[in-house]
Design a protein around this ligand. Structure first.
Ligand code: OFO
Length: 169
């Protein structure tokens, strides 16, 4: 049976992952409104990734004999200043999630649940890639600046992204 404090903290993280998915879904619609279908596609894949992250924690909690207790999902922001602002907000959000996962792993350590700590390490490692990908896109957008052709090419690249279900744990 999983420790109650850890169960509560994992439930809170499930909510954050679902919110991430919801936030990126909102960003995808903003990007589609800008006519950037490739970027919108990229963000929609991100939506699926975040939903998979939430489900990984959901399944883990059940596997450990805990109970999933879903909370309300907050309304996400619906508009940004421009495309660069979208990815800066993405990076900021991922940094928030990284901090939250580190705190969650601290709870697992505190209650001496090594299995949970080991499981959560996958999520912490994943954040390195999540942050670095957002940084990479920000750098490209800064380089492109107002070059419409370069933005068109990048949008095409972003449109090629496909969903590969993450193997969690
Ligand atoms: Fe779930 O990795 Fe982003 O938030």
């Amino acid at each position: 049976m999983i420790n109650e404090k850890l169960e509560k903290a994992i439930n809170e993280q499930i909510n954050k992952e679902i919110f991430s998915s919801y936030l990126y879904l909102s960003m995808a619609s903003y990007l589609a409104d800008l006519g950037l279908s490739g970027f919108a596609n990229w963000m929609r894949i991100q939506v699926q990734e975040e939903a998979a992250h939430a489900m990984g924690l959901y399944d883990y909690l059940i596997e450990r004999g805990g109970s999933v207790e879903l909370e309300a999902v907050a309304k996400p922001q619906t508009t940004w200043n421009n495309i660069l602002h979208v990815f800066e907000a993405t990076l900021e959000h991922e940094q928030f999630v990284t901090k939250s996962l580190n705190e969650l792993a601290d709870v697992a350590d505190e209650v001496k649940d090594r299995a949970a700590a080991s499981f959560l390490q996958w999520y912490i490692n994943e954040q390195v890639e999540e942050e670095s990908t957002a940084e990479d896109i920000i750098n490209k957008l800064k380089l492109i600046d107002s070059d419409g052709n370069a933005l068109f090419m990048l949008d095409k690249d972003m449109g090629a992204r496909t969903f590969v279900a993450p193997v969690i744990g």
